[in-house]
Each structure stands twice: as structure tokens, then as C-alpha cells.
Design a protein around this ligand. Structure first.
Ligand SMILES: [Zn+2]
Length: 176
């Protein structure tokens, strides 16, 4: 770190503090030659995160790509506009907290499905049907089964509420 005034390399830190909400440290330095004080900002470089794909190819983890995949599944669903971006951030944070440099793509797909399931069932099914992992399809089948059985229960209740046979008014309910 060179002094901006005289170019001297010999400087010392006189004050150092973390800036909240960012991985940034602000430092006040003083040149040991001309005593000029200046400020530097140090940022922690985020470690590389590589995705190991099912065909054994590797690629850099891309949060934006994940967010756009989630956003596609959430299109026109009743969720906050930043839901996809936030979910992608949370997934990235969870992946980085593992402290490893490589994660299988299947893990990310599973985490994405878990997030969507919390957010919106339709988005979850859309995503799962595209994602098509074995586990994904298995979950998808269960989800569809449970959605169908819920719907059948609702329909049964509707039928029970109707008067049976001819009602007092003689009104008939047409069969559908
Ligand atoms: Zn200097």
C-alpha cells in the first residue's frame, strides 16, 4: 500500500473498523515518511464455489442463473417480487456455510425445490417438472397425489351440502 502523497510504501494502520452489513473493513493509515493520513477499504474475497454437474462437468456457481430459474417458476404467482432473488441468496449462503468449494448440482436443485415448496405449491410443481431428478419426480408425484386428494375432499363436501333427491322446492341439480 503506497502513500498517495509521496509514494512511500512504509505506512501504518492508525484505526480499523468493520463496516456493518458488508464484508468490508475500513482502515485509516498514516505514511511513516510524510505523515499523510489516508483511508483504505479491504474486502473479503468470496471463495470460489464450483458446481459439479450430473455429467461430471464443473461450472462456477451462478446465483443470478439460480434466481432466474426460481423467478421463472414463480411467474405470476402471489409472492413478493424479490422472492426469487432472496431464495437464491439464502441458498448461496447455505452452500457457502458448508465451507466446501464444490457442491453437486443435485443438492442445489433440491434446495431450490425446498424453497419453492415453502413459497408456492404451483411454482414448486412447475420447477420440479422441469428439474426431473429422480427425487424431484418422486416428490412431484407425492405432491400431485396430495393436491388431488385435497381437491376430492373439497368436492365431496360440496356434494354433501346439496339437498338429496328432490329438494322441498323441487329444484333439480343437473349432473355434471
Ligand atoms: Zn507519504
Amino acid at each position: 500500500m503506497r502513500c498517495p502523497n509521496c509514494g512511500e510504501r512504509d505506512t501504518r494502520v492508525v484505526d480499523s473498523r468493520d463496516l456493518d452489513e458488508s464484508a468490508t473493513i475500513r482502515r485509516r493509515r498514516e505514511c511513516n515518511l510524510c505523515t499523510t493520513r489516508f483511508t483504505t477499504y479491504e474486502r473479503i474475497e468470496s471463495a470460489r464455489l464450483t458446481v459439479l454437474k450430473s455429467d461430471n462437468r464443473r461450472e462456477e456457481f451462478d446465483r443470478d442463473k439460480l434466481a432466474s430459474g426460481l423467478a421463472k417458476a414463480l411467474t405470476r404467482r402471489p409472492v413478493p417480487p424479490d422472492a426469487a432473488a432472496r431464495a437464491a441468496e439464502e441458498i448461496e449462503a447455505a452452500l457457502r456455510s458448508r465451507g466446501v468449494s464444490e457442491v453437486p448440482s443435485g443438492d442445489i436443485g433440491q434446495m431450490a425445490m425446498d424453497k419453492l415448496r415453502e413459497l408456492d405449491q404451483i411454482a414448486y410443481i412447475r420447477f420440479a417438472s422441469v428439474y426431473q431428478s429422480y427425487e424431484g419426480l418422486e416428490d412431484l408425484r407425492k405432491e400431485v397425489d396430495s393436491l388431488l386428494s385435497e381437491r376430492e375432499e373439497v368436492e365431496r363436501e360440496v356434494v354433501v351440502d346439496r339437498p338429496r333427491g328432490g329438494s322441498a322446492s323441487g329444484k333439480r341439480y343437473p349432473k355434471r
